[in-house]
Ligand binder design. Sequence first.
Ligand code: DAT
Length: 176
Amino acid sequence: MQRSEPNIVVTGTPGVGKTTHCEVLAERTGLRHLSVNQVVKDKGAHEGWDDEFQSWVVDEDKLLDAMEDDAQKGGCIIDWHACDLFPERWVDLVVVLRTDSTVLYDRLKARKYPEAKLQENLDSEIMEVLLQEARDSYSEQIVVELQSNDSDQMESNVDRIEAWVTQWKKDNPDRQ
Ligand code: DAT
C-alpha cells in the first residue's frame, strides 16, 4: 500500500525538544504525532521497568507490530530517542534534533533525571550518538540535523519541516 502522506521520524537525545516539535508540527501539518513512549506503554511493548534508568525496557518486535498499521497508512510523526529499529521502507524523512550540552544539562536537571541517566544522556549528545545512528540506518539524503537550543530555532525547524511536507505532497500527486 502506498502512503498518501509521508512518515517522519523525529529523533535525538532526551530533552532536545522532540515532543515539543512534534506537537507543533502535528498541529500545523495535520500529520499524527506518534509518541513511541506512549505506544510502548499503551500496547505493553516492553519487558518491564528499568529502575536505574527510569525507563521501559522496550520489546522491539512487539513495538514494531503495534506501529505497523499506522506506518503503512502514512502521515505519522514518529517521536523516539532511537531510530535504527524503524524499517527504511517506513521512513521518508529523519530529523535529528541537537542541543548544546549546557542547555541540555539545564533541561534534564529540570526534569529531575537521576545523575547516572543525566550524565549518560549528556555524553550521548556530545558524542553525536543519535546522529550517527540515523546516518548509519538511512540514506543520507533523508537525514537532516537541526539545532534546537531556543524557540527561534524551533520555529525555523517547524517551518522547514512543514515546507518539506508540502513539497513531498506535490512530488507525489498520484498518491493524493
Ligand atoms: P524531548 O521530547 O526530546 O525529550 P521535550 O520536547 O520534552 O524534549 O523538551 C524538553 C524541554 O525543553 C521542554 O521543557 C521544552 C524545552 N525545549 C525543547 N526544545 C526547545 C527549544 N528549541 N527552545 C526552547 N525550549 C525548548
